[in-house]
Ligand binder design. Structure first.
Ligand code: HQG
Length: 193
């Protein structure tokens, strides 16, 4: 195998492990017998041994590499390095302890064309997650929308929402979170790209 192929095989392995970590740290810790505390943290040693028992053998170094290189900074290690959690995106009940924060005037949400009629009628709902996820960056929001089909970019009047009493949080990896976005604060963003 040449070096490039080896590198991309290693990258693929890291990406697949990262997906598995997202699954157990956000959605189904019970799948491998993991327990998250109320803030979403779990001991690194336990995670590594339980992942290994489930067929995802992972060294401490590889885990640190995933935390460091995750394109969206999906995971965080505690300051002393003994615990790990997902930065956001949970469907299991956790309280990340994020303080309420005033949002930028405008935030963006990337979605898929076929969801538009429902979103424009009902607003943005959090669906299976804890919050609606919003972004400061058009390219990030467009990439999020493109995961499921033709991307459409929606503009959220975050300044008006905030003035009206809606609460926002910002996750450690820069995602803006709020409970719901009523349709009155939404508009289609022009000039998508
Ligand atoms: C849509 C990924 C119809 C909403 C991404 C979205 C992000 C509605 C989908 C993060 C609706 C929910 C979050 C309504 C909302 N009618 N459709 N009333 N309200 N929707 O995955 O924002 O890789 O739960 O537009 O990159 O797509 O996991 O949310 O399309 O950062 O780290 O319902 O997940 O990050 O889908 O993605 P999701 P999302 P990770």
């Amino acid at each position: 195998m040449n070096t490039n192929k080896k590198n991309s095989a290693a990258q693929n392995r890291l990406a697949s492990t990262s997906k598995f970590l997202s699954l157990v740290l956000r959605h189904q810790p019970g799948l491998i017998g993991l327990v998250l505390d109320e803030a979403g943290w779990t001991p690194v040693n336990e995670l590594l041994s339980k992942c290994a028992a489930a067929g995802h053998v992972l060294s401490r170094e590889a885990l640190e590499e995933i935390v460091r290189s995750s394109d969206k900074q999906r995971f965080a290690l505690s300051e002393d390095g003994t615990r790990i959690r997902a930065n956001q995106g949970h469907s299991v009940p956790v309280d990340l302890g994020l303080p309420p924060l005033a949002p930028p005037a405008v935030l963006l949400h990337g979605t898929t064309k076929r969801f538009l009629p429902s979103i424009l009628a009902q607003g943005l709902a959090r669906r299976a997650r804890h919050h609606v996820h919003l972004s400061e960056s058009a390219s990030t929001a467009t990439a999020v929308g493109a995961r499921r089909g033709d991307a459409v970019l929606l503009k959220v009047d975050a300044a008006r929402m905030h003035a009206d009493g809606h609460v926002f949080h910002r996750s450690a990896n820069g995602v803006w979170l709020t409970d719901a976005v009523p349709a009155q604060y939404l508009s289609l963003a022009e000039a998508l790209q």
